[in-house]
Design a protein around this ligand. Structure first.
Ligand code: AMP
Length: 201
């Protein structure tokens, strides 16, 4: 199963991706996490991406496309994967399509998290507090100022993907304002529906 979790920062994609990993035993491919690891390891990609990420802007398509192309060839992705935070632009979506086509693979479903913007800043600040309380490093981009830029980037560059995948009949939308367990239930319902349609086809 290959799926995309689509939604603004703080919508709960990461939390749900982790649950999907446990339940379906397929890896979560979070480009944000991969980039943060590259930054921490001071790799050439990390060094190039750091300032852009700290400002809440998007890293270049070329960089993230290359990271994803390399990652999906790894063995643990053979049964599928959950894309979290990728694609984030129309060129990335086209690149993903080409990547999958070259490997004779198919994208199954895109799950859009519909959320109320006003609640998002609160969620991000809560995440920062929780990380701090757990003694973990707080993300530099989890501040209200940088968050606003991340949200702007989302509406400008990522939200057009909703129409893109709708037109391809891949889009399913859920209520991301529901509680965590309720969102998980909505996802499982979408996946069940999808699995049943596949059986018939
Ligand atoms: P995230 O953890 O998904 O919120 O991503 C954190 C930051 O990493 C973003 O604000 C971007 O700077 C960068 N990033 C993550 N994924 C992508 C992507 N697909 N395209 C461009 N930049 C990305």
């Amino acid at each position: 199963m290959r799926l995309i979790l689509l939604g603004p920062p703080g919508a709960g994609k990461g939390t749900q991706a982790q649950r999907l990993v446990e339940k379906h035993r397929i890896p979560q491919l979070s480009t944000g996490e991969m980039l943060r690891s590259a930054v921490a390891a001071r790799t050439p990609v990390g060094l190039r991406a750091k300032a852009v990420m700290d400002a809440g802007e998007l890293v270049s398509d070329a960089i993230v496309n290359a990271i994803v192309a390399e990652r999906i060839d790894q063995e643990d992705c053979a049964r599928g994967f959950i894309l979290d935070g990728y694609p984030r632009t129309l060129p990335q979506a086209d690149a993903l399509e080409a990547m999958l086509r070259e490997r004779s693979l198919k994208l199954d479903v895109v799950i859009e998290f519909a959320v109320d913007d006003k609640a998002l800043v609160g969620r991000i600040l809560k995440r920062a507090e929780e990380m701090k309380a757990a003694g973990q490093p707080v993300r530099k981009d989890d501040t209200p100022e940088v968050f606003e830029e991340r949200l702007r980037e989302y509406y400008k560059k990522t939200a057009p993907l909703i129409g893109y995948y709708w037109a391809k009949r891949k889009l399913k939308t859920l209520d991301g304002m529901a509680g965590i367990d309720q969102v998980t239930k909505q996802i499982e319902a979408i996946l069940k529906d999808f699995a049943e349609k596949e059986k018939v086809a």
